[in-house]
Design a protein around this ligand. Sequence first.
Ligand code: BGC
Length: 472
Amino acid sequence: MDEAHDLECGNVKVKQNSRNLTDVAPRVTAGSRFPEGFLWGVSTAAHQVEGGNDNNQWAAWEQAGRIKSGDRSGKACDWWNNAERDFDLAQEMGINALRLSVEWSRIEPREGRYDALAVRRYRQMLEALHQRGIQPMVCLHHFTHPLWFEQRGAFLGGGAADLFGRFVRHVVSALGDLCQHWVTFNEPNVYATLGYVLGEFPPGRRGQILTAVALVNALARAHTQAYRAIHELQPQAQVGWAHNFVVFQPARPGARRDRWVTGLVNELFNESFLRLIELGKLVFPLSLASGDLTEVKGACDFVGLNVYSRFHVAFDARIASQMFARVFVPPHVPQGDHGVEQPYGEAYPAAIRVAVERVARIGKPIYVLENGVPDADDRIRPWLIVNVVQELDRLIQAGQDIRGYFHWTLTDNFEWSEGWKLRFGLVALDPKTQQRTVRNSGRLYGAIARGNCISPEMVNQYFPAGIELTPD
Ligand code: BGC
């Protein structure tokens, strides 16, 4: 197929040959400049980049040999010693925002004992970002917390919201002059699902669906307490959370059981936290288990969206522990690299539209806080970026209040239960030598960020010819 499409940026308009865009890419339509002040960022997380984190529950999980690849986070990207090296790269690319998280186990290594040096290092990092014209966004809990907190039952333990709230106050008091945008939790739904239903994250429980729901409720309470605490200390702060949104598609749309189980998965995974923020309660019958959560209603200034994939869902009577849902990735769809045991997921740019249109109902500004693909050879990442940026453009043109896009991630980092097997970086990293190499997609993304638009020249320059969308 050799059809011509138009791409436009500002006043420039040229023909773009679709050979490079493949048959499955959404049609490239006229694009335009993004709003002034739009954030073109990257997202990271403390445990995945800092290195030397040995006092949290993930370090214990690694030591217990629970990483599928057998890897350890080790020095990770060595940010604790030298995050500035990657901040320089981000600055050179032209990125104007960076989301990072603070590691609770460094700041409060023992219950009630704070480490002033750790806080000082985070101040240095935030200052270093400002010096480079990069706006920081700080996440207060990205999957990890101190071992002492895990041993108390983490967020299901007594007094958890107060303990987290105390930590949050400490951080915001110490760093508030350097940060306006706070993310309380990264992906409460992923933490609950992978920790209590699929057993891939600590504490490694399987099939405990009601406990997962209880955890989502507990995280919503802790989020709300943190939201209030931050506003008390910093009235102008913008506070949200990062919501992982997956598009679930019935495997056989004509089959009633597939549609039913897809709805169930969607309700539990995508909807539960959203409904707590939107309505202060879950839908019946889950509402019976959740108690009074009216305090949660409306507790956010923005919604952060982490959007990656689409999955197909089929009813399977043999897997009661997963609500009879067989969630899978069909082989023919565009995909990045395969995980150790399973495919990572379908690379699905249109997921952004589904997610944005859903969370827009909450009526708050939206930041896309994560989006990316594992792709060591940079085979489809440029395709993903081009298509997602165009999707964002169309959504903004249609009136959606999207304030920024943060790509996951800047430099290859330690990918949780997959270890070093999956590479999400705009910059390739050799964790042994710490050598960095900017990928083609990094150059493309930098051009988009600097131009605040996507132009045909960028696509021509950085889009590899003959891109392949399915693995061999
Ligand atoms: C998480 C990141 C993770 C990324 C890629 C997100 O769900 O927040 O920490 O590395 O997905 O799997």
